[in-house]
Write a protein that binds this ligand. Structure first.
Ligand code: NAI
Ligand code: DG6
Length: 532
């Protein structure tokens, strides 16, 4: 089986014996035996019964890379402008100078562009062989993404980039002529959902007359977004579009029975101009009704039950919430390491201060609350995995974990995160780990946005069925939890819990790529070395 990788100008030859290539449809068909185990924990007689389960699946991967458009809500923000700048710098191969010398464009921080997958042992050298993540199966090249978006602020993207103060001046200078060609589309601004200190920014809104904003006509606002999506898709002759929220953090919406609990109620509530309908709800609904995947990069609970049900009803991919960039990414590694090493975290104090517009918005209590919820939950499943240290009741497996965020304009986008991990050791000892982490928020977030888009698109080209099923191949469940690696508070489908540990999330992605080319999950057993 052989296929080409457009981004890499090389061919992959698969001799795994599990794959077939169909030239007629340009698809790869792969057989995979999924093995898992279930446990019956019988507390009455103190026994634990472990059973093995196996299921044969067939996967179909469409190898044609489509032309993809990305629509960012919050296009003119720090993340939005940094993302566009990174694409244009790479696409036009713009090098620039800073005090360290010449910097060539790159996509560091993007797992799909700058990390690798373990494929096996090199026949000749005996060393492990690693292939770029995006060179296992054909993926969209970020340089080919067509980008647009909405913002409540009317600055063009060159001005937004200057306002963001993220990139070195020499790069900004070279990018300005390209960036100024992009202007955000008008957006929806309902003042009560974001901090009052954002009011001055709102001069590019479909629901305003001068300084007056109306929250009446929510259905029409949603339909305007649908129309923007349709127009963008047609004018750019796109095969696919993905919408991603990287606008300000909103306050949490209340879950109100009869309003946002079912998809029918949610649509009716939009028609009724209900006060719990946020701008992000309208963007998500518009995307889903257009059959376009929607990703939430902020912490607010856009995915109320009615919205998840709408995505299920329309069979459209959704993922969220809140990009996992600096402090939290490290926390989901470090806490997992401690707990898996049998060291008992007792408390984690997480402080951060930042001076960008995100920090300004989060200085308001309701918006901070959304972020606090998102940042607090990331260790729960890790603690719950260890009954020796935290007891049998998962609901009670909690430690002191405080989140503090302060707005400090002087540090700009260079968010400073300080964490103290206080851990219990053997025989009453304690260990204290203090971390000081200057995150560079938008330079960490922009590559994550790329990964979310690229992997979301890739997953939409993979379908599956049980091996004995003669019917059609099916899409993945609309709640695309494979994207959890990039998200602080991973959205889980009903009856499932989120997985936060970064290494588990990474293993899922790596093994997913491996299974699609007929390889078993990476188990690190390495028998060739360990057995006599
Ligand atoms: P930002 O404040 O620079 O950008 C947000 C943009 O959204 C602004 O340009 C604002 O005018 C616009 N906006 C606000 N409401 C809007 C609406 N209804 N429609 C369209 N545009 C609207 O913030 P930044 O730093 O770009 O972050 C964006 C979001 O991503 C924030 O919610 C932040 O909490 C979240 N986030 C950022 C991370 C990072 O490391 N940079 C990590 C995790 C989440
Ligand atoms: C301060 O916590 C502001 C937030 O928007 C964060 O910068 C962002 O959520 C990234 O957080 P973390 O914990 O992933 O670095």
């Amino acid at each position: 089986v052989q296929y080409s990788l457009p981004q890499h100008k090389e061919n992959v030859v698969l001799a795994t014996g599990k794959c077939q290539y169909s030239a007629k449809d340009n698809v790869l068909l792969t057989d995979y035996k999924y093995k898992t185990s279930t446990v019956k924990n019988n507390k009455a007689d103190g026994s634990i019964k472990v059973s093995l389960e196996e299921q044969d699946y067939k996967f179909k991967i469409d190898l044609k890379v489509p032309k993809v458009g990305v629509m960012l809500v919050g296009f003119g923000g720090n993340n939005g402008s940094t993302l566009l700048a990174s694409i244009l710098a790479n696409k036009h191969n713009i090098s620039f100078h800073n005090k360290d010398g010449e910097i060539k464009p790159n996509y560091l921080g993007s797992m799909t562009q700058s990390a690798t997958v373990h494929l096996g042992r090199d026949e000749e050298t005996g060393r492990d062989f690693f292939q770029p993540f995006n060179a296992v199966l054909p993926m969209v090249n970020p340089n080919d993404l067509i980008v647009t978006g909405w913002d409540i602020s009317n600055l063009n993207l060159a001005e937004s980039m200057q306002r963001a103060q993220v990139l070195d001046y020499d790069l900004q200078r070279q990018l300005t002529p390209l960036m100024k060609e992009y202007t955000p589309m008008k957006s929806i601004y309902y003042p009560e959902f974001i901090a009052a200190n954002q009011f001055d920014r709102a001069n590019n809104c479909i629901n305003s007359k001068g300084d007056e904003f109306t929250t009446k006509g929510k259905w029409d606002h949603m339909m305007q977004v649908r129309s923007d999506i349709k127009t963008f898709k047609t004018e750019n002759q796109l095969d696919k579009v993905i919408v991603l929220w990287t606008a300000n953090t909103e306050k949490f919406a209340q879950i109100v029975p009869g309003v946002n609990d079912t998809h029918e109620n949610l649509l009716q509530a939009i028609k009724n101009d209900h006060e719990e309908i946020a701008p992000s709800t309208l963007f998500a609904v518009a995307s889903i009704l257009e059959g376009v995947p929607y990703i939430n990069g902020s912490p607010q609970n856009t995915f109320v039950p009615g919205l998840i049900k709408l995505a299920e009803h329309e069979n459209v991919l959704i993922a969220g919430d809140d990009f996992k960039t600096g402090q939290t990414k490290l926390k989901s590694v470090l806490t997992q390491f401690l707990v898996d090493a049998g060291i008992r975290p007792v408390s984690i104090a997480s402080y951060n201060h930042l001076g960008n517009n995100d920090g300004k918005n989060l200085s308001s209590q309701m918006q901070f609350k959304s972020k606090e919820i998102s940042k607090s939950g990331v260790i729960n499943d890790i603690l719950e995995s260890n009954s020796i240290m935290y007891g049998d009741d998962p609901e009670k497996a909690r430690i002191d974990h405080c989140i503090v965020i302060k707005y400090m304009p002087a540090v700009g986008d260079s968010k400073v995160a300080m964490d103290e991990y206080y851990n219990e050791l053997m025989l009453g000892g304690h260990n204290r780990i203090s971390l000081h982490n200057v995150c560079e928020d938008s330079l960490l977030a922009a590559p994550i946005i790329l990964d979310l888009v690229i992997m979301c698109e890739f997953c939409s080209r993979v379908t599956y069925k049980e091996a004995n099923d003669n019917g059609d191949y099916k899409k993945f469940h609309p709640v695309l939890t494979l994207l959890s690696y990039w998200l602080k508070a991973p959205l889980a489908r009903e009856d499932f819990l989120p997985v936060n540990g970064l290494m588990k999330q990474r293993a899922a992605l790596e093994n997913f790529m491996r299974l699609l080319i007929g390889l078993p999950a990476n188990d690190e057993l390495r028998f060739e070395e360990r057995l006599a």
